[in-house]
Design a protein around this ligand. Structure first.
Ligand SMILES: [Zn+2]
Length: 365
């Protein structure tokens, strides 16, 4: 054996595409439910700024003042200043179909449970045909990561939707989980806890299963500051709910606020030594929606185009290629292995059915 053999072995290990040591130590997958790629890349839709199509209660002149400008670049930056001011400058965005970038779901259903399953498990499950499917038989990448000794207890699910407890199989996965209207854990600040408990118990519920994004944000920031998570799922639900209600003005408003919540989370972690410069965010939607004056409200096999989504990534390993144009298609199923790869783990070794990671966002080993 040559005296260089151990060195060669080491180099082979370092060169293995399965698990490489990037700078990322923490990953957050953030979803704004049912937020269309059209708004992300083109900004407010002129057809839906008209009250007869958008169901808007805000006066058209006011709404246009807030969200209408002539160019799509200006319009989208008005709704999403963090995504276009920071993520697009430091990271990458996939899914602008008018620029030759296709991001889509492969589950053939284009509604929520199949989408959350696909992105977190790495492949679609045709048995999942309803949001009321119940506990997920598939193991998500979050549950899988939580099984490794270095991450156990540091993987968390924070979502506005109570069905996330089924999607991430709370009783089997034992992930840290805070979803829907479950009362928030104590933060240690008695007056703040009392106020939050009061708001939880006295606020009229839009839906028994859906917490307002603003309530989740309070719980989320408390947990990030004290719980030291390494891998998180964060699910914001309002963009889907207001579209189903046919209120485009509130879709825009909640999309704008979601962008601000993501910025707040980004700024919070960048202010903490544990996370600064070592944290990657993946931001996406669970499905698209239809288009035109009516079908924008709904999504699924009947509403054409609901399979199209967008995926944004920002973090220390992701080359700053910005808005991707004329690139190979990416799929929702690639997200699971991408999360694992960023954490230095080879998900597909255990789950060969999972789609491969999105190589362009991983940098190079
Ligand atoms: Zn929906």
């Amino acid at each position: 054996m040559s005296k260089f053999a151990p060195l060669v072995g080491l180099l082979a290990l370092a060169g293995c595409a399965c698990a490489w040591a990037g700078k990322t130590q923490n990953v957050v997958l953030i979803v704004s439910d049912g937020l269309r790629w059209q708004e992300i890349f083109q900004g407010a839709d002129p057809l839906l700024l008209e009250a007869k199509n958008g169901g808007n209660w805000v006066e058209e002149a006011d709404l246009k003042q807030r969200y209408w400008r002539e160019s799509p670049q200006e319009r989208r930056a008005l709704i999403f200043p963090f995504i276009w001011g920071t993520v697009a400058r430091q990271g990458q965005l996939f899914g602008n179909r008018t620029a030759g970038s296709d991001a889509h779901v492969t589950n053939g259903r284009a509604f929520s449970y199949p989408g959350y399953n696909e992105m977190s498990v790495g492949f679609p499950n045709p048995d999942i045909n309803s949001n009321g499917f119940g506990p997920n038989p598939n193991v998500s990448v979050f549950e899988w990561l939580n099984r490794s000794a270095d991450l156990a207890g540091h993987v968390a699910i924070y979502g506005t939707w109570d069905t996330h407890a089924d999607i991430f199989n709370e009783s089997r996965s034992h992930l840290v989980m805070q979803v829907g209207w479950t009362p928030p854990p104590k933060s240690g600040d008695a007056s703040k806890d009392a106020l939050l408990a009061r708001m939880f118990s006295t606020t009229t519920r839009f839906d028994e299963g859906d917490l307002p994004n603003s309530f989740l944000q309070v719980e989320l920031l408390d947990y990030v500051r004290t719980g030291k998570p390494r891998v998180m799922f964060v699910g914001y639900g309002e963009t889907d709910n207001w579209a189903h209600q046919g209120r485009y003005d509130l879709v825009l408003e909640s999309a704008h606020r979601t962008d601000a919540f993501i910025k707040e989370l980004w700024d919070t972690v960048q202010g903490m030594p544990q996370y600064r410069g070592t944290t990657t965010f993946i931001i996406t939607a669970d499905h698209g929606r239809g288009s035109g004056p009516v079908e924008w409200k709904e999504h699924g096999v009947k509403e054409k185009g609901s399979e199209n989504v967008w995926i944004a990534v920002i973090g220390p390993d992701t080359p700053a290629l910005g808005e991707r144009k004329n690139v190979a298609p990416v799929t929702q199923s690639q997200i699971a292995a991408t999360i694992a790869a960023l954490m230095g783990k080879d998900y597909r070794k255990d789950v060969p059915n999972a789609a491969p990671p999105i190589g362009d966002v991983l940098g190079k080993p």
